[in-house]
Write a protein of this length. Structure first.
Ligand code: ADP
Ligand code: MG
Length: 392
């Protein structure tokens, strides 16, 4: 299900045209400025390409979860940072219903930013009327907001039916290539590394990956629920007691593909890190809590990762926000970089996982920007914002 991309449109045909581009500028703000520019930077290749071809670029995004117009969540706040990153003035359009004239006055290569799409009630209901309004702002449509593609909203789905061609931007294209093709037709061995807080949010991902991977390495709090299912004591660790049966089913199905940690780093509490110790997985003391994978497991996982040709990782191996419990997560990041040097395709997905590899991005094949969307995509669910684009 490959999709038509911006790359497939002849550049001459874009000259002077208004490109309506759905981006994901759902960025964290602090004191009215952008606190983390990652998502804006991720959209720059598409925006700069369009400007270079002489298109007029009209940007659409949501920001946060407003219940109607809310100055705290106005996209106007990001225009200054956007202007700095683009090196060009950005025209702000406070209301899409009256914005068409502004978009027509933009110079070739000019950029406009439309107010938060979620200020209008039709956005989240995928209202065709609001989509028609959005469609007056462009001559063709580009979706570069992979992180919003799992939602059928007016700016991601309905509008794609009204403005043609409707194509994938470069970021969207990369996400589809690395999460889709690379994991669908992986070079083997294909190893998945899964961790994080909960099994429940990831169970469908595990089920979807199982038939495709050679091994699944499990860490994080998720591993403790598997320990529980085996009958090991887990002390005060974060577990989902109601998911014990699901864990048992997964283990039975996975057989030797499922690799659990051999041991853990435990401590009485996060604050009492000085009292931490390493124990084997079957010896977790009653009043201790699992906060990371132990050294033996790091070496075991590393050996499996560096011999793989495709590695997908989602979910930290421990409470990586609180050193020293970041060591297991760092070990996985380093093993992935090493595997990459040996020619492997290395893909990271998930919000916290992306944060955990911050600074390493250049040494990995792909770090997905779409948390929820990436997981739904891996589960094999169709993403409405992608489906609505033209087939390539
Ligand atoms: P992602 O956002 O990459 O999908 P998750 O949200 O599933 O990842 O999980 C990240 C969270 O899991 C982090 O906040 C981390 O502290 C937590 N976590 C990992 N291991 C443990 C553990 N052993 N005990 C408690 N929390 C854990
Ligand atoms: Mg998370």
């Amino acid at each position: 299900m490959s999709k038509r991309s911006l790359r497939d449109l002849p550049p001459q045909a874009l000259d002077g045209k208004r490109a309506l581009v759905r981006v994901d500028f759902n960025v964290p703000l602090k004191d009215g400025r952008v606190a983390d520019e990652t998502r804006i930077k991720a959209a720059l290749p598409t925006i700069e390409y369009l400007r270079d071809t002489g298109a007029r670029v009209v940007l659409l995004s949501h920001l946060g979860r407003p219940k109607g117009p809310d100055p705290q969540l106005s996209l106007r706040q990001i225009t200054r940072d956007l202007e700095r990153l683009l090196g060009t003035p950005v025209e702000f359009i406070p209301d899409p219903a009256t914005g068409a004239a502004v978009t027509r006055r933009l110079p070739r290569g000019g950029v406009a930013l439309v107010e938060n799409t979620r200020f209008w009630p039709g956005e989240e209901t995928n209202d065709p009327k609001l989509a028609e309004t959005f469609a007056t702002l462009g001559d063709f449509y580009v979706n570069d907001a992979f992180g919003s593609a799992h939602r059928a909203h007016a700016s991601t789905e309905a509008v794609a039916h009204l403005l043609k061609p409707a194509v994938a931007g470069f970021l969207m294209e990369r996400e589809l290539r690395y999460l889709g093709d690379a994991l669908d037709k992986p070079r083997r061995p294909f190893v998945a590394v899964l961790g994080g807080a909960k099994i429940s949010g990831k169970i469908d991902v595990i089920q979807a990956l199982l038939p495709r991977v050679d091994e699944i390495l499990v860490g994080g709090a998720m591993a403790s629920t598997f320990f529980l299912a085996i009958g090991f004591g887990v002390g005060g660790s974060l577990v989902e007691r109601d998911k014990e049966d699901i864990a048992k089913t997964v283990m039975a199905k996975a057989g030797a593909k499922l690799i659990l940690p051999r041991g853990a780093v435990v401590a009485p509490s996060l604050e009492r890190a000085a009292e931490r110790r390493e124990v084997t997985s079957d010896r977790i003391p009653a009043n201790y809590v699992v906060f990371d994978i132990d050294q033996t497991t790091r070496l075991d996982f590393r050996a499996r990762i560096v011999q793989a040709k495709t590695i997908f990782w989602n979910g930290p191996m421990g409470v990586f926000e609180t050193p020293p419990f970041d060591a297991g997560t760092r070990a996985i990041a380093e093993a992935m970089v090493e595997a990459g040097k040996r020619g492997a395709v290395t893909v990271v997905g998930g919000g916290d996982s992306a944060a955990a590899v911050a600074g390493f991005e250049d040494k990995l094949t792909h770090v997905s920007t779409g948390g929820g969307a990436a997981l739904e995509f891996l589960e094999g669910k169709p993403l409405p914002g992608v489906v609505a684009l033209e087939d390539g």
